[in-house]
Design a protein around this ligand. Sequence first.
Ligand SMILES: Nc1ncnc2c1ncn2[C@@H]1O[C@H](COP(=O)(O)OP(=O)(O)O)[C@@H](O)[C@H]1O
Ligand SMILES: CC(C)(COP(=O)(O)O)[C@@H](O)C(=O)NCCC(=O)O
Length: 319
Amino acid sequence: MDMKLDGGGLSPFRNFTRSEWAALRADTPQPLRPEEIARLQGLNDRLSMAEIEEIYLPLSRLLSMYVGAAQKLFRAMQKFLGPEENGKMPYIIGVAGSVAVGKSTTSRVLQALLARWPNTPKVALVTTDGFLLPNAVLQQEGLMGRKGFPESYDLPALLHFLSDIKAGRRPVRAPLYSHFHYDVKPNEMAEVDQPDILIVEGLNVLQTSRPPKDGKGIPFVSDFFDFKIYIDADETILERWYVERFMRLRETAFRDPAAYFHRYADISDAEADATARGIWRTINLVNLRDNILPTRQRADLILRKGGDHEIEAVALRKL
Ligand SMILES: Nc1ncnc2c1ncn2[C@@H]1O[C@H](COP(=O)(O)OP(=O)(O)O)[C@@H](O)[C@H]1O
Ligand SMILES: CC(C)(COP(=O)(O)O)[C@@H](O)C(=O)NCCC(=O)O
């Protein structure tokens, strides 16, 4: 695979073809009951069983081993520090990649699969869009065309949230985003109550912080992640997925007069296509090139997708 990661023989990644990766499932039994498979496919009607078995099962096997090792290390530290040291430290997995690459879908599949392992029954999922600044603030600051860029997030709030989770506090609340209203929800929060694993999905999870204004070091968002996944696909494919999703939403959610994008429900197909491509090229593609793709190298695992969302290659960090 050509992920342009190789610096000669010095690549920190080990590369796998799809079939090499699938073989790493070893003898992991397919752990899902028929109703769970139905629920997973309900998440996404185009997600195939082959994809779950050949890609996501081996990945859940690997992650469950990593989590088990981290849990052991944490217990050793508690033993060392003495009987007062109790509590739990959730294992945090970051899922990064472009808008429309499939972060939500992959995260929900992983959540269902990981919860089937005996040492990680409680798996929570949070998306970083809840940490976007409200539209009122973005408008005031002239940032409505920069949604998803580093400056459009309440970074201190996200860092605070991650640090509370890592400290084992409970419960920790996370703000929520509504794609329907295209804004953060003013009065609704999600509660994360000491899960075994927390999956955090978003464009920005592998980013390093902006340089601190006061000269004091602040942590990077990525510092809080135990394992970082980057989902990768070519720009032309991503544009197609973005436009397809936009056109589908036009037939469904945008029909509702309360939807932020309702005005696009009744324009012609050609106009809608041009609108979606415009948003893609002026916002999401720029963000991909400037702020998202440069973080790929920092991942522990890169899943490389082909045009039908099938994973065609995998790179796993070995150093
Ligand atoms: N594994 C997959 N198989 C088939 N379709 C997928 C898969 N992952 C995502 N999709 C489709 O691609 C589009 C973008 O996926 P989504 O998970 O919403 O992306 P993101 O969260 O990265 O913006 C959606 O239309 C979704 O249905
Ligand atoms: C909400 C998003 C920034 C994604 O945020 P994330 O969940 O990755 O933090 C993105 O879906 C978005 O709305 N981008 C702005 C341009 C657009 O309307 O697609």
